[in-house]
Structures are given as C-alpha cells and as structure tokens.
Design a protein around this ligand. Sequence first.
Ligand code: SF4
Length: 407
Amino acid sequence: MINVTSLYGGLDTTGDPLRYGHRRSPDHGSPHPTETQPHEVPRSARERRPVVVWTMSRRCNLHCVHCYSDSADQAYSGELGPEEVRPMLEDLAAFEIPALLLSGGEPLYHPRFFEYAEHAKRLGLRLTLSTNGTLITEEAAERIRATGFSYVGISFDGLGPVNDRFRGKLGAFEQAVAGLRRLKAVGQKVGLRFTLTRRNYEALPDIFALVEQEGIDRVCFYHLVYSGRGSRLAKDDLLPWETRDILDQICAWTVSLQSLDRHVDVLTVDNHVDGVYLYLKLLPSDPARAERARRLLEWNGGGANSSGIGIANIDASGGVHPDQFWQTHTLGSVRERPFSRIWTDSRDPLLAGLRDRLPRLTGRCAECRWKRMCGGSFRVRALQVTGDPWAPDPACYLTDEEIGDGP
Ligand code: SF4
C-alpha cells in the first residue's frame, strides 16, 4: 500500500507504523489519534509479522467482474470447519500477527461470521473486514461495531449503474451505500475500496464526492491484478498516461482535503511504482518531504511492497499463500501445520525469493535506479503476464528516462 496522505500530504496515519516501520513523532504527528496497536511496532522489516487476509469462504451473493477468488453464490466443498478454524485463530494470536483481515467471497454471507470474529477478538486479534456492503442491516452494523472491528472496507466500482455492472447485481450500489450509512450511524470506522480500470476510472471525481459526502474515513484505490476473474480484465488495465493522470488527481484531491482540514486516509494499493511517482512529483517543490518518503519506502527494499513479508493469505480451505493473489502458489495448509510454522519455514524457494527479491529482478526492474524504493512492484502480475515472477511488472508506468541514470 502507498499512503498518499502520509507520503505526499505529510500526515501520519493509523497504519503507518506497520507499513513503514516508524513510530509517530511530534514533528510528523497527526492531529487525529491513532488506535492502539496490539503489538509492538517492529524495529525492522525482517521482524514483521504479516497482516493475514483470511478468505473465510469463496461463497458470495454478488458476481464481480474482477473477483480474485472467482466467487459465486454456491456452496464450495472442502472449506475449513469450526474445529479447524479455532486452533488456526489461536495460532495467529500466539504468533502476534498485527491484524486479521476477514475477506471472501462475502464474509458476511458466512453462517459463522460473527462466531469466528468474536472468538478472534477474544483472543486479542485486531480485526478488519472487507465486504461488498450489501448485507449490512442495522442489526449487522451494530454487531460489527460491538465486536470491535478496527475498520470495515466496502468495495465500490463507480456510482449507480456503473457499480452495479461491475458487481453483477442491479441495486448493489444502493444497498452498499445503505450498509455504509448504517455503519457510520453506529460509529464504525469505514473505508471505500475502488479498483481502477479503463472501464471506470472516469468515475474518480464521483468517488471523491461520495467519500466527502458520506464522511468516509479512508479510501483505497486498487490497481488491477490479473488473477481470478480479474485475469479477463487485463486488456482493461490502464495505459501509463492514464495511471499518471489518476495519481495526479488523487494527489490534488488529498491536498485539497487537507486544506479543508478533512481527515481521510488516502491509499493506493498493488502498484508500488506509485511510491516512486509521488517521490518524483514531490522532489522539485518539497525535497525534504520527498526525502522522507524515500526513506520510508526503502525500509525493506520497497517498504510497502510486502507479498510474503508483511501480508499473507489463508484461503477458505486452509491453504497458505504469499498474499491473496498468489492462489497458484501454496506454501502449506493449516490443516497440516500451524500457520506460524508454515510462515517461518523459509525452504519454499518462491517465499525465500519474495523476501530477498531485489537481486532476482530482471530486465528494466534490475536496471532501475528506484528498485529499492519500489521493490520491483507487484511480482504476481509479472508472473501472470510472462510466467516469470522476477520479470518486470507490466504495470510499471515510468519512462525509461525516469528509471535510468541513478543518483
Ligand atoms: S522499473 Fe521495476 S523497479 Fe523500477 S519503478 Fe518500474 S516496476 Fe519499480
């Protein structure tokens, strides 16, 4: 994740200590209080425990065109049962992961959603939720708040019919907005998730307006990753100039929010080139802030680039992956070994490679002067397009001139 509010806008936000490994300091402190982190901030990237994305079930009430888990409204066999979930959660708590993200499919469609979430919370896990928002009744909103979720992310792909086309259901937009309002009404922190493609990026100003109107606390702009049904959308990924235009719009909006003293955490996800782009954009006007951004991003050789390091995925059947997009590569199963043992076993060559990726990069990424800041961006996209996880990320939008001739 690239935190535009923090790196470009200069304000620290809640997730920064985990993302960039630094503590708040008075000179960079936000006026907005952070929530308590359950575990100490790691001193180095290597000490980091991963945020675990748990795909609770593949089942979903919608049929989104870019779904990474290729979900549908059907029962899937072989998913973890309660006698397997409880020890898994206990292991995650004992391993002191910084957060557990409940995902799907649609997690709220899972009949044991609250049972598992409440158990995880009792174990001391910090919980976040990723949902399509359409199943959040008043009762569900109150129970989500009472369970103690730090944050609930709701996915939108545009306004009204644009969103409904992406989500595969008429009325999905209105239902998700209603769910969002119910969460806000009970005091739950909520965020908006928006996946950028050529089909919807012109809706960006509408999304900005929605965030402001609804008092949304955080917004994550996702770059497209070509896995699950997203692989069919590869042709709809943005052209380099479109991505640059989007980043410019996001930066300008972030600054305008700050000038109005409106605090929204603005993040981009799944393309770490954004960090370099922000750095280059800041450099002429504010070299000190650019330098701070560079230092934060280089923590861990691409500080926000953390598949296999700062993020992990457990799928609905217990398979462990470097993140939720690496479904084709399984490190082990929690049915056979606890997650903590799978994650700390460095014999898997891909996992070892992801944790020491810079010497393995090839092509323009190997030559790039910004590779320590970017980490070679998103390796799974290179794999999906070329079959080689160390090939250049096809979604890099910097010119040869920009990546060459390093300082
Ligand atoms: S060339 Fe590779 S390392 Fe350099 S900015 Fe692009 S994706 Fe990142």
